[in-house]
Design a protein around this ligand. Sequence first.
Ligand SMILES: Nc1ncnc2c1ncn2[C@@H]1O[C@H](COP(=O)(O)OP(=O)(O)O)[C@@H](O)[C@H]1O
Ligand SMILES: [Mg+2]
Length: 148
Amino acid sequence: MVDSGDATAVVEMQGITTQFGSQVVHKDLDLCVRKGEILAIAGGSGSGKSVLLREMILLQRPTAGTVRLFDQDAAALTAEEGLALRRRWGVMFQKGGLFSALTVSENVGLPLRELDVLDAARIDGIAAWKLALTGLPAEAAHTSTPTP
Ligand SMILES: Nc1ncnc2c1ncn2[C@@H]1O[C@H](COP(=O)(O)OP(=O)(O)O)[C@@H](O)[C@H]1O
Ligand SMILES: [Mg+2]
């Protein structure tokens, strides 16, 4: 992790315990990620990496402990505050997976569509531009994305 001194805490987890039935996945875990830091979580399969990430992005609540995101208590957020926070982060799926029911272009444009500030034609244009930057041929935009 890069030490960036007193920079703002972006993710703070304290005393996190996660349990599924009798299986304890995390016990009294503390973690803090500050602005500008890069954190890698390493561990064997089934050790609790994905569950920890799910707890950081409001997809799952720990059994005990507190999660603070941008200095707000995740457990005390209104639906509106939760939505505003969710718009501040991006998540890439394992193996770069895309939504298989959408075309490549629709996948690329999805975050912009969710923001709901640009019209569909503008979003398609931006998606085409982003895809061109990758070197993919233009026709790739309209292909479906079968899961690997
Ligand atoms: N919703 C769930 N219900 C029950 N057990 C779960 C659930 N989600 C994850 N687990 C269990 O928690 C453990 C940690 O899972 P996970 O975080 O996915 O591991 P990994 O480190 O491989 O990402 C595993 O034993 C998994 O089976
Ligand atoms: Mg995982």
